[in-house]
Ligand binder design. Structure first.
Ligand code: KG4
Ligand code: ZN
Length: 348
């Protein structure tokens, strides 16, 4: 799977600086520095703060990752960097760092699409011989990438061949979790907090309409926040602060709506395309009830679900190094020193 070259992968598209060394799908070492504590008080990612924090982290994380792998920079055979999509100032940090390394070490750089890299995360493994306990996905498969910035469904025909089947028309699924949490004063980011709260709640306590449920493969999540606000006016919630049980019920009802939309579209897409299974990745794929519901729905159709462990669902350098390694082997989107970051990547 892929060429067995030692690739250094660099990721700085949003609020995590991440570095990894891979050899094919095998992850030799990786480090991640999250900026959540820096952005928390603003209730979302502040681009200028993100860029500065990436700048402060990227070099030391690279050193730490190489040390973990027991390698020196001189042994690295190729570079992979997230070229987009993402925050332009944030992306530029790793892109420029990669250019500096390329110039100094005379190495090629692969410019990696962050969302596609998420879709290939199920191929990552710590084991040189097998894929740990997870069997590798088989092509073609449908991948749902659901994170704070993206909600996209792909038909993955091969490592470098993707067809976009659907995407969000407004907010991403993770963004919906984050906005819900902000509205209820639960902090940032919202996904983990909402999942924990929802465990104590009843998912049928509040009626929340599932947007675009049976209408094609695009998503729309921006109306969910409006619906939750509307509950206050519908007398389903009074104006007084919610008690713990009502809050948990609301979290469970909200989560169930997002999960049902994601799982329904993933299942429909997988059946409709005749794919051999489905992959579930992106930060939202850390969500336990989502993983269970997706595995169950696909299982009923006798189709496998490949969901990477949570650390590889969220932003990481290993997925960038893996896809970059494949691109390096095929000469696909190699960057020269004039290459730019791509905050938007048409067709993703
Ligand atoms: O992939 P990721 O780490 O970064 C982006 O590329 O955005 O995803 C972060 C997103 C956030 O919106 C966060 O609220 C969401 O993933 N998330 C979750 C959970 N853990 C993280 N959403 C639902 N349930 C979770 N357990
Ligand atoms: Zn991501």
């Amino acid at each position: 799977m892929g060429e067995r070259v030692l690739v250094l992968g660099l990721e700085s598209s949003c609020d995590e600086t991440a570095v990894a060394v891979t050899e094919g799908g095998r992850v030799l070492a990786e480090t991640v520095r999250s900026q959540i504590d820096l952005h928390q008080k603003y209730g979302g990612v502040v681009p200028e703060i993100a860029s500065r924090a990436h700048l402060e982290a990227v070099e030391s994380l690279t050193e730490e990752t190489l040390k973990q792998a027991g390698l020196t920079l001189g042994q690295i055979e190729g570079l992979a960097v997230t070229q987009g999509p993402g925050l332009v100032g944030a992306l530029l940090v790793a892109v420029n760092f990669a250019k500096g390394l390329a110039l100094a070490l005379n190495l090629p750089i692969a410019g990696v699409n962050h969302v596609r890299a998420h879709a290939l995360a199920p191929f990552l493994s710590l084991d040189s011989l097998s894929q740990d306990s997870l069997p590798a996905p088989q092509f073609p498969y449908v991948a749902l990438v659901a994170s704070g910035g993206h909600t996209s469904l792909f038909l993955v025909e091969d490592f470098l061949r993707f067809e976009l089947l659907g995407q969000t028309l407004d907010d991403a699924a993770g963004e919906a979790f984050d906005k819900f949490a902000k509205l209820l004063g639960l902090g940032y980011p919202g996904g983990g907090v909402v999942e924990r709260l929802a465990r104590q709640g009843r998912s049928d306590a509040f009626k929340i309409t599932r947007p675009l449920l049976r209408e094609g493969l695009n998503f729309s999540f921006s109306g969910l926040k409006t619906q939750v606000m509307g509950l206050y006016n519908d007398n389903q919630l009074d104006q007084a602060p919610l008690d713990d049980q009502r809050l948990a019920d609301l979290a469970a009802s909200f989560q169930a709506a997002v999960v049902e939309v994601l799982v329904t579209k993933l299942t429909v897409a997988t059946k409709r395309t005749g794919a051999r299974g489905a992959a579930l990745t992106g930060g939202v794929a850390c969500n336990g009830p989502l993983r269970q519901a997706a595995a169950q729905a696909l299982g009923q159709a006798n189709l496998p679900l490949w969901a990477p462990p949570p650390a590889w669902c969220a932003d990481n350098g290993a997925m960038i190094a893996f896809l970059g390694g494949l691109q390096l082997a095929q000469g696909h989107n190699l960057l020269d020193l004039a290459a730019e970051a791509l905050p938007r990547w048409p067709g993703q």
